[in-house]
Design a protein around this ligand. Structure first.
Ligand code: ATP
Ligand code: MG
Length: 275
């Protein structure tokens, strides 16, 4: 019989496992060279990058922001660097350049995270080349007469992508862009200490934590019922709110997975939590 005391106040803490620590060391050794993080949905790509930025800030001893943009086929390069906006002034309407996240990160020496880079269009990818060069990095703003913005030495470019093929609506990266990534990290297994994650969610309830971890171990022992960290987190949070395990998987996992996979997950869930 599964029980857990409902947790009212919860702080979301990032907990890394050894693999994440090792990959962090590799990324830090590569700094400020460009890092590509690949992997299927929900295994912690974004959370890893956010935590790298937080830790890099400690190393740098100054404010080090993470500026991220979700790319799509419709994202124009202008959306990243900035745009000419009409603004009201005392002398009427004037056109003013408003800096975008990439220009701010380049100038201020911050981290820029391009989410879903493989979904971006060829023009946007091509215009990223010069800012990702190994030597003589520069950001050229053709919209401002070819203005060249100097790149701060601490500017650090990260990109995330799902694997090309395997059912993801993404394209392979243009080879010229791919070759500009000095360091690639693949996240297709937990980068999280999931036991600690579940324990945090259950407010330290040891029995409930062991129960969920056993269920997870069973699911992960079969290639056809593997679920990522996001599902583990969402399932545990639902249980922590008093939702039944059957209802949690029905509302969270059923819409995501095909019928066979869901049926297998449901059977494992029933075996561990009863009907
Ligand atoms: N190290 C961690 N510590 C705590 N929770 C984590 C950690 N890594 C991942 N998670 C949990 O897993 C969820 C999914 O992680 P994240 O959003 O980083 O995945 P993703 O790989 O970027 O997925 P997508 O491809 O869908 O963007 C997070 O919302 C969080 O709940
Ligand atoms: Mg993400």
């Amino acid at each position: 019989m599964f029980t857990v005391t409902p947790v009212r106040q919860r702080t979301h803490r990032i907990v890394w496992n050894d693999r994440a620590e090792i990959e962090f060391q590799g990324a830090m050794a590569a700094r400020p060279k460009n890092v590509l993080v690949t992997g299927p949905h929900g295994w912690g790509k974004t959370e890893f990058c956010k935590e790298v930025a937080r830790r890099a800030q400690v190393t740098l001893g100054r404010e080090f922001k993470l500026m991220s943009v979700n790319l799509s086929p419709y994202t124009r390069f202008e959306d990243l660097i900035g745009t000419n906006y009409p603004v009201n002034t005392a002398n009427g309407v004037a056109i003013q350049w408003v800096k975008g996240a990439l220009q701010l990160a380049v100038e201020g020496g911050h981290m820029f995270l391009a989410e879903e880079i493989t979904k971006s269009n060829p023009e946007t990818q091509a215009r990223l080349h010069s800012v990702l060069d190994e030597i003589g990095r520069r950001l050229t703003i053709t919209e401002r007469g070819g203005e060249e913005v100097p790149v701060h030495p601490d500017f650090w470019f990260f990109a995330n992508s799902n694997p090309a093929g395997r059912g993801y609506a993404v394209q392979r990266l243009d080879p010229a862009l791919q070759s500009r990534f000095y360091w690639t990290i693949e996240i297709d297994q937990p980068f999280c200490d999931e036991r600690k994650l579940v324990e945090d969610i259950f407010g330290g309830d040891e029995n409930a934590t062991v129960h969920v971890m056993n269920w997870l171990e069973d699911l992960r022992s079969n290639a056809e019922t593997i679920i990522p960290t996001r599902d583990v987190s969402m399932f545990s949070k639902a249980l922590g709110r008093g939702v039944s395990p059957e209802s949690a998987i029905e509302h969270q996992l059923k819409p995501q997975y095909d019928g066979d996979k869901y049926a297998r997950i449901a059977a494992v869930t029933k075996a561990h939590f009863g009907s």
